[in-house]
Write a protein that binds this ligand. Sequence first.
Ligand SMILES: [Zn+2]
Length: 192
Amino acid sequence: MSSYDDVTCKPFLLVTCYRNPLSGYNGYMQTNAPSVEEREPELGAGLLVDFLNTLDLDEGTDLLDDQAAFDTWCDERAVSAGDRAEARSVRDALRSFLDGESPSLPSLELETTCGDRGVALRARTAAEAAVASSVVLSIQGSMGRVRLCAAEDCRWAFYDRSKNGSRTWCSMGVCGNRQKARTYRAKPPAED
Ligand SMILES: [Zn+2]
């Protein structure tokens, strides 16, 4: 798939997720932790947001610069690292999509599988899992709730769980307050 339009145009309406992607962690880690090959990633907002946040503008770090750190990240989410350059282009394309642009996504082959709960996308690599999560969220009509913090020096990704879906900041306590303080300072002094 090469663009967001392709994603939305494909007949994915029968696709379901393995688990409710909006529910929290539901414990696929078991005591006898199976290998990555036997586990299925938990597709959905959590995985997508974490993937987008492998780039941390505030700290000036990119987890994808570090293969070992990325391997650990992937292992924790039951995906394989795949090609790091591909992961980076998927991430950067998804981030720019969230910025309102229409980037091309690298062409990925997403497998499908039939399970107890319907037909599902099967993602093996981090890049595939991020794209599959985006597809699932798009079908559910909730991709618009995945946002980047409005603060230019932050851009931390988050999933807006607010009732009215109007959250702008990663954290009202940090970026929201910083912006309020800036707005306040920018106002001319009140006349006495
Ligand atoms: Zn922020």
